[in-house]
Design a protein around this ligand. Structure first.
Ligand code: CA
Length: 226
């Protein structure tokens, strides 16, 4: 389930968008000011951001620039008022990926969101083969080796590793893993994640008690060092 952050001070608009996006299976989080939006973006790592320009305090352009400095890969769609059209170029200069002019139809926005998410996924370079420590994984052939000897990873374990590789050196929360590897259909609890990681470590780490590939970030989740 993809997570969308709405940074917008018009609460009715946020409520309406939230309703429509959640109905299409997006997870929605919101912030009502630039500062709050910036903080939420860095903390909750959304897959996409809808960003209003006219915000109290820090305006949308500044927020866009600061988010892009810290999270260059997250797609940002600017929400602009008709009168601000000449400023759209400025938004795109700040690194925004797209814009939509208010008032907009929900279907048009959804189409833009889908397109932006698709582009951002294509842009991500996840290697076909990783080689780290004594571990080698070929994601195309679904083959894994430890110290040159074949090891058996389940499909779920391949998916977990793929997600970690995609998020190399980033903190991955248990919830991130649940959302991206398990999906919402069969929603297990976060302990399931820990159990799977423990089993995976038995297979891939030299010493599962001193993991060097997938490390624990206490109180936060995990991090793939690779
Ligand atoms: Ca506004």
């Amino acid at each position: 389930m993809e997570k969308i952050l709405i940074i917008e001070d018009e609460k009715d608009l946020v409520t309406g968008l939230k309703f429509n996006l959640e109905a299409r299976n997006y997870k929605v989080i919101s912030a009502y000011s630039g500062e709050e939006g910036l903080k939420t973006a860095l903390l909750d790592k959304p897959d996409l951001i809808l960003l209003d320009i006219m915000l109290p305090g820090k305006n949308g352009y500044k927020v866009c620039m600061e988010i892009k400095q810290k999270m260059p890969d997250v797609p940002i769609i600017m929400l602009t008022a008709k009168s601000q059209e000449p400023d759209i170029v400025a938004g795109l200069d700040m690194g925004a990926d797209d814009y939509i002019t208010k008032p907009f139809g929900v279907l048009e926005l959804i189409a833009r969101i889908k397109a932006a998410l698709r582009r951002s996924k294509q842009g991500k370079v996840v290697p076909d083969i990783i080689n780290t420590g004594n571990l080698e994984i070929d994601f195309r052939k679904y083959v894994a080796r430890k110290k040159k000897k074949p090891i058996e990873l389940s499909n779920r374990e391949f998916e977990i590793m793929k997600y970690f590789v995609e998020k190399k050196n980033e903190i991955v929360t248990r919830e991130d893993l649940l959302n991206h590897v398990w999906g919402y259909e069969s929603y297990p609890n976060t302990r399931t994640v820990d159990t799977h990681i423990a089993i995976l470590r038995q297979k891939i780490e030299d010493d599962p008690n001193e993991p060097k590939i997938i490390i624990t970030m206490h109180g936060l989740g995990y991090k793939y060092i690779g």
